[in-house]
Design a protein around this ligand. Sequence first.
Ligand code: FES
Ligand SMILES: [Fe+2]
Length: 447
Amino acid sequence: MEKKTLGAKGAACDPASYIDDRPGDGVFRLRRAVYGDPAVFEAELDRIFGRCWNYICHESQITAPGDYFATRIGRHPIFVIRGDDGAPRGFYDSCAHRGTRLTRRRKGNARTLTCRYHGWCFNAEGRCTLVRGGDEGYTREAMAALDTDLRPIAGLDVYKGFVFGCLDDAAGSLGDFLGDVRPFIDLIADQSPQGMEVLRGDSTYMMKANWKLQTENSTDGYHVASVHRNFATTLGYREQISGADGMAKTEASRILDLHNIGSGGYDLAGGHMINWSDRGNPRAAPLWDSRDELLKHHSEGKVRWLVERGQTVTVFPNLLLNDVASTCIRQWRPLAPDLTEIDTWCLAPIGEGAEQRRARIRKYEDFFFPSSLAVPDDVSAMEGAHDGSLAGGGWSEFALSRHTMIDGPDDAARELGVNVRTSNPGRESETPFYSFYREWLRRMERP
Ligand code: FES
Ligand SMILES: [Fe+2]
């Protein structure tokens, strides 16, 4: 029987019609209208963003009582604020009086949030502490009947410093949602026994393309050698004339020398996916000097992953944790079918040495910064993909290296002791995407 989902504005959309997934025939393709169709977009806001766990911020961005971080889950403005008891809490960012947003900035500190409109005040536990003029303006009975506190979001939880929230009481636990991506998040979170910290500075930029293209691009190892050759050759020349050496060099084997290093991609189920590659020159990694210290805390196999490999970890539906030349958190939010807002931060081990920190920041600027040598090229490619998806329909192919995919873990995954749904021994393979789009379909079809 034909299944249909209604977009929030009532237009019909049939999610299964966008995916041609025939494992027996080696076919996996996507109807290109999936990017630009407004009915799909409305249904995604409800069925994907409204129901699953969404990354909000890193704990290091809200360390003191009153520290808050404001963002959106789907269309809903929300914020997280740390209470006097040290616990972070999540609320809809909407005044209990007539709905004005309470946060003035992206992040800040406020022991009391005062609404700019009529002056109601709220504490970090979400309690209303002042209804201005309320003693005269309401009878005692009317005041008692008012619902003056902030509305908490349905769920807030933290995994290894990464704060997630959800709007659906039936979302299940964060641990179950993250599933088998957790040991790969650990490769980002466990780089220092003291933990990780987001460095100062926020960068936000816009892309005239659908949000799913950014999710795809995060795991797409296939574009790296074509789109980022400019990055690798420019840096190579810069390093040649500057004489940069050791950690100051950028390790670019994944771009220039992919066929001589180990690499691969995993379908982690649940919509999560990664690709990885060995570092041709691991001494260029800022973490190289921490190797002995890391071996005191982790297995040899995990330290090999931490120091000698780079990975891009994509958490469903809109979070990328990246550890290649440098370390980066990237998150993107859908604003319209063809408009996506993207945030990026540099994440670093707490207590790392000055040389490592300098190298990490310089390499972050080179590759991840909005005006870097890489991000504009990615954005241009994704905007081109979105625009081209409007050209008379058609299907996008996701079957590169389908024939080398195996069920379960490969040797590298076994070295880390992790479970994966499928492995592929090439970073350019397109099979990890099956995780994302199968989970997309499962959620879009759920009543
Ligand atoms: S809308 Fe906030 S006090 Fe009126
Ligand atoms: Fe890229």
